[in-house]
Design a protein around this ligand. Structure first.
Ligand code: CP3
Length: 343
């Protein structure tokens, strides 16, 4: 198996810099669209054979160094008892947002094997299919990011409902975060037991907080989640979108790898995190729309700047956009492998 990605997570010596792409299975791939034409998104997530098939598509088409389980961060939220829909226009919609203590009380802590068996089945199919290929990454949303979707009922502009709960009813907010922490810990542990060889925790919305609030309302739950999962013995990647203002705090999460978005120069991120950290990132997803020579220059710049870190996994700074030309994605992966050679 090509274990370059796992070696990079552990800060070991490498032959070249590994690369994978957030949202690498998705709508920019015609092969994904072909499957999605016959099945809605949530059904796709819950049908292990199909979910495994789309997980493998980018591994074969792009030559990336890791596969990531095909699902969505909101799938376990549905099993906590909320009604989830994906609309083409609005994205995810949770119809009855959690805004009170009684709403938090009603939330179920799922039994992963009973309530989310399809996730574990997809992982075991994938481990067999990937045997001589690349490692499999499992994932979850972070407690805070899942909380925002549950409180807002979907994506939000200024997250006022979330912040009102934090600032006016912090006991209710803490209660929700506690339930999420337990759920996420057992969800990730179950994924690892089923065969996930690394896990990524997505904190898409943590960057909307003042550093003070991140420290107070987010970090304690995240640290607990990470220290509990550490016992399973696989690398943990923590990705925070819009991380520049909170990196000093993010460093304290205890994750093995920190995923960073593109709004901060990777040299500055490494300075803030310290050279002992392994970093993942951080090409602007829109750089994939540049002419290939310019794109290569961006790739080289990031590779070169990240050399001072304890390890580097190349990735985008956030998920790939549906309009992205596949040939440019392939060119990016080739450029990382070529310019990231170590010997
Ligand atoms: O990375 C991968 O290839 C694995 C699959 C994956 C998906 N979503 C598939 C998906 C992963 C890891 C996610 C994570 C996810 N989902 C996040 C965290 C990462 C991030 O992007 O910040 C968030 C915030 C979500 C919630 C979500 N799911 C939104 C806001 C949307 C709508 C916007 C969009 O991009 O469509 C989704 C839908 C979704 N999740 C799609 C895919 C492939 C598109 C669904 C479709 O086929 O129509």
């Amino acid at each position: 198996m090509n274990d370059t990605f796992l070696k990079a997570c552990r800060g070991e010596n490498l032959d070249y810099i590994p690369v994978w792409i957030m949202r690498q299975a998705g709508r920019y791939l015609p092969e994904y669209q072909a499957i999605r034409a016959n099945v809605d998104f949530l059904t796709l997530c819950k049908t292990p054979k199909l979910a495994a098939e789309v997980t493998l598509q980018p591994v074969d088409i792009l030559g990336v160094d890791a596969a990531i389980l095909f699902s969505d961060i909101l799938v376990p939220v549905e099993s906590m008892g909320m009604r989830l829909e994906f609309s083409d226009k609005e994205g995810p919609v949770l119809s009855e947002p959690v805004r009170s203590k009684s709403a938090v009380e009603k939330l179920i802590i799922p039994d992963i094997e009973v309530d989310l068996p399809f996730i574990l089945e997809t992982i075991s199919i994938l481990r067999k299919e990937l045997e001589n290929k690349v490692p499999l990454i499992g994932f979850s949303g972070a407690p805070f990011t899942l909380a925002t979707y549950m409180i807002e009922g979907g994506t939000s502009k200024n997250f006022l409902n979330t912040k009102k709960m934090m600032f006016q009813h912090s006991g209710v907010f803490d209660y929700l975060m506690e339930k999420l922490t337990v759920t996420i810990t057992s969800y990730l542990s179950a994924q690892i037991k089923a065969g996930a060889q690394a896990v990524q925790i997505f904190d898409t919305w943590a960057g909307i907080l003042a550093p003070f609030d991140y420290k107070k309302f987010v970090l304690p739950y995240l640290k607990k989640t990470i220290s509990d999962i550490k016992k399973e013995g696989v690398p943990i990647i923590y990705f925070v979108n819009n991380c520049a203002g909170i990196l000093q705090e993010v460093k304290k999460s205890g994750a093995d790898v920190i995923g960073i978005d593109w709004r901060i120069d990777i040299s500055d991120a490494i300075k803030k995190l310290g050279k002992k950290t392994v970093v993942q990132g951080n090409l602007d997803p829109c750089a994939l729309f540049m002419p290939k020579e310019k794109l290569e220059d961006r790739v080289k710049d990031i590779l070169w700047k990240a050399e001072v870190a304890n390890g580097h996994i190349f990735n985008l700074g956030h998920g790939i956009l549906p309009q992205t030309p596949v040939e440019n994605v392939i060119a990016m992966v080739e450029a990382v492998h070529y310019y990231g050679r170590k010997s």
